[in-house]
Design a protein around this ligand. Structure first.
Ligand code: AMP
Length: 191
C-alpha cells in the first residue's frame, strides 16, 4: 500500500501533480476540496454546510471533514494506495487519519510538500480564477485569508509528519513535468 500526503499551500500545484501521480502509480485521489465541491454542486446538506466556510476561505470543521474522508476510504475497495490532497489540514485531522489507516494497517508512507513562495501562489490563484469558477479564488481578501489559514492552522501538520520521519519536500516552482519528475523520484525511493 502506498499512501502519500501531497502537502502545500493553496495554489502550490497539489491538484495538478496529484492527477499525474495517480496515473503513473495507479493510486486513488482523495481531495477533500474536490469532494466538498462535488457536494456543493449537488447541493447536498453537507455541501451547503461546507459552503459557509469554503466561500470565505475558512476551514470546514474537523468533524465534518474527517467523517467525509472515513466514508470515502471505507467505500474504496481494491486500492493500491491513496494520494491525500488538501487533507490533513489540521493536527486533529492528521491524528484521525492515522487512526483510520491504522485500523486497516495501511499507514501513511510519506508527506511530500510542494514549496512555493507567497507571491507565486497569489499569481497562480489569480490566474486560476479566470477559469476555475471557484468563489474562493475570486477576491484577493479570500486568497490572503486562505494563505493565512494555511500558515496558522495547516503548516504545523508538517511537523507532525517530521516527528515520524515521514516528511520530505520538493521545489514547486518550475515546469509542471520537471516538478513531477522530482516527485516521482521521492515516491520511487519509498518502494
Ligand atoms: P482546496 O480545494 O483543497 O483548496 O479546498 C477548498 C476549500 O475546501 C478550503 O479552503 C476549505 O474551505 C475546504 N477544505 C478542503 N479540505 C479541507 C480540510 N482538510 N479541512 C478543512 N477544510 C477543507
Amino acid at each position: 500500500m502506498l499512501n502519500i500526503v501531497l502537502f502545500g499551500p493553496p495554489g502550490a500545484g497539489k491538484g495538478t501533480q496529484s492527477e499525474k501521480i495517480l496515473k503513473k502509480y495507479n493510486l486513488v485521489h482523495l481531495s477533500t476540496g474536490d469532494l466538498f465541491r462535488l457536494h456543493l454542486n449537488n447541493e447536498t446538506s453537507l455541501g451547503l454546510e461546507a459552503k459557509k466556510y469554503m466561500n470565505k476561505g475558512d476551514l470546514v470543521p474537523d468533524q465534518i471533514v474527517i467523517s467525509m474522508v472515513e466514508d470515502k476510504i471505507n467505500k474504496s475497495s481494491n486500492v493500491i494506495g491513496f494520494v491525500f490532497d488538501g487533507f490533513p489540514r489540521t493536527i486533529n485531522q492528521a491524528i484521525a487519519l492515522d487512526n483510520m489507516l491504522e485500523k486497516n494497517n495501511i499507514p501513511i508512507k510519506q508527506m511530500i510538500a510542494l514549496k512555493v513562495d507567497e507571491n507565486e501562489l497569489i499569481k497562480r490563484i489569480k490566474n486560476r480564477a479566470k477559469t476555475s469558477g471557484r468563489e474562493d479564488d475570486k477576491s484577493i481578501d479570500k486568497i490572503n485569508n486562505r494563505i493565512q489559514v494555511y500558515n496558522e492552522e495547516t503548516k504545523p501538520v508538517a511537523d507532525y509528519y517530521k516527528k515520524y520521519n515521514k516528511y520530505s519536500e520538493v521545489d514547486g516552482i518550475g515546469e509542471i513535468n520537471e516538478i513531477f519528475l522530482k516527485l516521482c523520484s521521492k515516491i520511487d525511493d519509498l518502494n
